[in-house]
Design a protein around this ligand. Structure first.
Ligand code: ASP
Ligand code: MG
Length: 402
């Protein structure tokens, strides 16, 4: 008995049958005496379809109008879900982001939630209603609708759970929880019973598609008890918790991220300040750089290579070309056919030899490593995209096959 926040993703509400299924799950929780607040995503591919619709009319539509359009997807699913719950005979109300008091900053299409004014939700809960809130959206100080970035409904749910001091935040999806690797191509991958916030955050940022990374950040900050589970069965999901509460594993998961591109500046002057010049100009344009490698200079020339998100490749190249008079690279090379493969595990901190084992797995699989980056709880390598799935399998089975 308490306050439960649930989130249902797009596949969980993709058609009438699934909406009814979700309605039953929600009312079951309510029948147990809980207050229930639900955040919902748009049905199935609705958001993608809306983006396509916009492109037919204007490839460069303003972000404000894109948010206005994309927010409609969630408005469809909240009303349909509320109707389904009405049909089952339970008191319910659907609320858009602004009706629910979700206040964001002004960054259209990538807004961050600043606070949730919970009076409306509280008063609906006092009336014993189930409250269905549109995920992914909020309102900014200009009274404009904003969206939180793709996958943002997870963050809506966690923000609601934090603001309402919910007992638990359950994220329902179409998989059973968080896996050690993507089970679609890694056949030995298995579901984790639990994982720490930091590990989940790394996995989410490194290409595991289960949770929006900001939702994990927020869960950690506000100590929200998070579980990821399937809306299609009653299996125990994965719990995301404080690191002290989970068993330390050397490697908890292996991911690959195809959304990266490599840029190489070949033959730049081997003088102080070169790297600073290049990365400052990228940073100023809001382009984040990920893996970086610089070759040993010979006193005359050196090479600097780095990766950016594929979506930032064009802008990065343009910027570098424009600044060639300053950078003076002999050649600027780039490639999109690369993938970042990473391992994450809180147990790595105190263990040497993890990197060596990872590289051994790649060596045995005859996969060439192009770049390497390490931090406390993760190691990433860049490989050819065509090798990425094989790399994940090889590394996974080396560390996680018992
Ligand atoms: N509907 C939005 C998207 O497809 C938000 C979400 O599903 O979390 O990205
Ligand atoms: Mg999602």
């Amino acid at each position: 008995m308490g306050l439960v926040v649930q989130k249902y993703g797009g596949t969980s509400v993709r058609d009438a049958e699934r909406v009814m299924n979700v309605a039953r799950r929600i009312t079951d929780t309510y029948k147990q005496g809980n207050n229930v607040v639900v955040a919902v995503s748009a049905q199935g591919d609705t958001t993608d379809d809306l983006i396509e619709k916009a492109k037919e009319i204007n490839e460069n539509a303003s972000k404000r109008e894109m948010d206005m359009l994309l927010a409609t997807g969630e408005q469809i699913s909240i009303s349909l879900l509320a109707m389904a719950i009405e049909k089952l005979g339970f008191p319910v109300i659907s609320l858009t982001g602004w009706q629910a008091g979700v206040v964001t900053d002004t960054r259209y299409s990538a807004a961050r939630i600043k606070r949730i004014d919970t009076e409306r939700i509280r008063s609906e809960l006092d009336k014993k209603r189930i409250v269905i809130v549109a995920g992914f959206q909020g309102i900014n100080k200009y009274d404009d609708i904003t969206t939180l970035g793709r996958g943002g409904s997870d963050t809506s749910a966690v923000a609601l759970a934090a603001a309402l001091h919910a007992d638990v935040c359950e994220i329902y999806t179409d998989v059973d929880g968080v896996y050690t690797a993507d089970p679609r191509f890694c056949k030995n991958a298995y579901k984790l019973d639990d994982i720490s916030y930091d590990e989940m955050l790394e996995l989410a940022s490194l290409g595991a598609n289960v949770l929006h990374n900001r939702s994990v950040e927020m869960a950690k900050k506000y100590n929200v008890k998070l579980s990821v589970r399937s809306s299609l069965n009653n299996n125990e999901g994965t719990y995301v918790k404080e690191v002290e509460q989970v068993e330390k594993m050397l490697v908890r998961g292996v991911t690959r991220d195809n959304d990266c591109a490599r840029i190489a500046l070949c033959g730049v002057e081997d003088t102080p300040g070169k790297a600073f010049q290049v990365f400052q100009m990228l940073a100023k344009s809001g382009i984040s750089v990920d893996l970086i490698i610089q070759s040993i200079g010979n006193g005359v020339q050196k090479d600097i290579s780095f990766t950016v998100a594929e979506g930032d490749l064009e802008a990065s190249l343009k910027l570098l070309e424009e600044n060639q008079p300053v950078i003076k690279a002999n050649e600027i090379k780039w490639s999109k056919d690369v993938s970042k493969v990473s391992i994450v595990g809180a147990g790595m901190v105190n263990n040497s030899g993890v990197a060596a084992t990872m590289f051994e797995a790649l060596s045995d699989a005859h996969i060439n490593i192009k770049m390497i980056a390490t931090s406390e709880i993760k190691i990433s390598v860049l490989v050819d995209q065509k090798d990425a799935e094989r790399a994940v399998v090889a590394i996974h089975d080396k560390f996680l096959l018992n």
